[in-house]
Design a protein around this ligand. Structure first.
Ligand SMILES: Cc1cc2nc3c(=O)[nH]c(=O)nc-3n(C[C@H](O)[C@H](O)[C@H](O)COP(=O)(O)O)c2cc1C
Length: 324
């Protein structure tokens, strides 16, 4: 894929921290994965101050000095410091399996937030504002709101999962306007497909409402974590193709919106990306931080990075560690 478009290092939940605070491993990780052609380097799945992580090793945004140090390192290398803010919910349990074997796993999504009240949604947003302010004060210039992968906001913005989704979208728009007023970029990450056909058939209108938000970028992802992780980080050519085809169709439908596309660096696809599309890269940059300079070395699907599914505490990568 020829690429003159911007490149984002996409959010990665690394587990590089202690007691919810980032440690030196995260500083090193983003120092290495900024500059070298990366427009923006986004820290993954950082929990809002009173929010809930998707596993025990998630980091939380606080006034801890390392948040500022990472932002300075990324900026010093010439990239925009980005952070993805997220929350799950009390008692959320991330599924270790790649593919869920139980239909109960889906009912947690369809049942529990359908009747959530506007005042409960207000509480969620109060916490997002606190998280956004902490991130801005630490020097982050791109704030990504995580509304994908079956985390809380992905349900609250979607009328299939929440009857007050209109209210959530109004609140989210206000938050995005606030981020812009503070001279920071924003993006909203959402799952274009949940991965359950009967649900995906009725989500078109919900997707079009997300795309009306005042976000600088719309980061197209796929899948819900507790249903089928293959959709989140596909490896097969057919899944990558379907992800690309669906993303292209959306970007063509909304030529005035800015999108981020991802999926193994789109290497299988010939041609030029549309001008309203930036390239998002995750695994190839984990495997080779200088992937944009030498793309002959990249992710080889060893799956070692999926530390939570492997019962480990933090990210590792065979290919990357081979070189260190
Ligand atoms: C180890 C690992 C951790 C990830 N953590 C996050 C995360 O915290 N938040 C998120 O939105 N996506 C996360 N993702 C998904 C990536 O951001 C990306 O969308 C996906 O891997 C597809 O891009 P790729 O083919 O370039 O890897 C993670 C992916 C991997 C492999």
């Amino acid at each position: 894929m020829a690429c003159d478009n911007k490149v984002f290092f996409l959010p990665v939940n690394t587990g590089y921290g202690k007691s919810g605070n980032p440690d030196n491993r995260l500083i090193d990780f983003h120092r290495e994965r900024s500059g070298n052609g990366i427009y923006c380097s986004i820290i993954g799945n950082v929990v809002t101050p009173k929010g809930f992580g998707s596993n025990d090793y998630c980091l939380t945004i606080t006034k801890h000095k390392n948040w500022k140090i990472i932002a300075e390192e990324i900026l010093g290398n010439g990239s925009v410091p980005g952070i993805q803010l997220s929350t799950a919910w009390k008692n959320y349990k991330g599924n270790q399996k790649f593919v869920s074997s139980s239909s109960d796993d889906f009912s947690q999504y369809t049942e529990q937030f359908l009747k959530v009240s506007c005042s409960e949604i207000d509480e969620v947003f109060d916490d997002f504002y606190k998280g956004v302010n902490l991130a801005l004060n630490a020097g982050y210039k791109h704030i990504q709101i995580h509304a994908a992968h079956g985390y809380l906001l992905s349900l609250l913005v979607d009328s299939v999962f929440c009857e007050n989704s209109h209210y959530t979208l109004t609140k989210l728009n206000e938050l995005l306007d606030y981020i812009r007023s503070q001279n920071s970029e924003s993006s909203v990450r959402f799952s274009l497909k949940v991965g359950i056909q009967s649900i995906d058939k009725i989500r078109q209108e919900g997707i079009s409402r997300i795309l009306q938000l005042n976000s600088d970028y719309f980061d197209i992802s796929f899948g819900f974590y507790n249903i089928n992780k293959h959709l989140i980080y596909p490896t097969s050519v057919s899944m990558l193709k379907s992800r690309y085809d669906n993303s292209i169709a959306l970007a063509n439908q909304y030529p005035d919106k800015e999108f981020i596309f991802s999926g193994k660096s789109l290497v299988n696809f010939e041609g030029k990306l549309p001008s309203n599309v930036s390239l998002g890269i995750c695994r190839d940059l984990i495997a080779n931080p200088k992937y944009l300079i030498n793309n002959t070395v990249g992710c080889e699907n060893n799956k070692q990075c999926h530390y939570f599914s492997r019962g480990e505490r933090s990210l590792s990568c065979k290919k990357w560690l081979e070189k260190n």
